[in-house]
Design a protein around this ligand. Structure first.
Ligand SMILES: Cc1cc2nc3c(=O)[nH]c(=O)nc-3n(C[C@H](O)[C@H](O)[C@H](O)COP(=O)(O)O)c2cc1C
Length: 171
């Protein structure tokens, strides 16, 4: 694998991590991850994201019942609910894209800090229940839960289709 530069290498080497050790994540690490999230681009710089940080084991236990990925949530020292803030929305497609960029920033920051994490989307089938459980307002729509901690598994190399399958035109 080519180590082109640190950013490209982090993008290439990041893999979803679903098993974690019990080692806690520090507040400093958490702040760096959240800080990376909010430096994502957004249309008109409207920053349409909000975060709910869950460390409490009892709350995580309840969150875990709302998805098939529940065991990942139970095992992760921190889960962050990432919400689209409808009070800031100006164009749904662009705002959802901005939240996606912010989630990817989080995953890359998690990886570059030597931690591991995963983007959980299956839980969106219960997005209203997640909102109620976390006590967030009706203006907020769940986009994902990011679960992370110190990795207890070695990441594989990952799998992607050959580039030729994705690139339609080079002209
Ligand atoms: C929108 C979205 C939803 C996802 N939902 C889940 C999920 O509910 N549970 C899970 O274990 N992984 C989930 N993932 C992680 C993907 O399975 C993972 O990113 C994909 O298999 C590629 O693997 P990699 O991240 O290691 O490169 C989700 C990823 C995305 C982007």
């Amino acid at each position: 694998m080519d180590a082109v530069n640190p950013v490209v290498e982090a993008i290439r080497r990041r893999r979803s991590v679903r098993q974690f050790t019990k080692e806690p994540v520090s507040d400093d690490e958490l702040d760096r991850i959240l800080e990376s999230a909010v430096w994502a681009p957004s249309g008109r710089n409207n920053q349409p994201w909000k975060f709910a940080v869950v460390r409490d084991p009892v709350l995580k236990e309840s969150l875990a019942t709302l998805t098939h990925s529940g065991s990942i949530i139970q095992g992760a020292p921190i889960c962050i609910g990432v919400f689209l803030d409808h009070s800031r929305v100006y164009d749904r497609t662009k705002d959802v894209q901005a939240v996606g960029a912010c989630i990817q920033n989080m995953l890359l920051a998690i990886h570059s800090l030597g931690l591991g994490g995963v983007w959980l989307g299956e839980i969106l089938k219960n997005k209203e229940k997640v909102g109620e459980l976390l006590g967030v307002g009706g203006d907020l729509e769940l986009m994902a839960v990011v679960a992370f901690g110190h990795p207890a598994e070695r990441s594989g190399v990952g799998e992607r289709d050959p580039l030729e399958k994705a690139v339609l035109l080079r002209r």
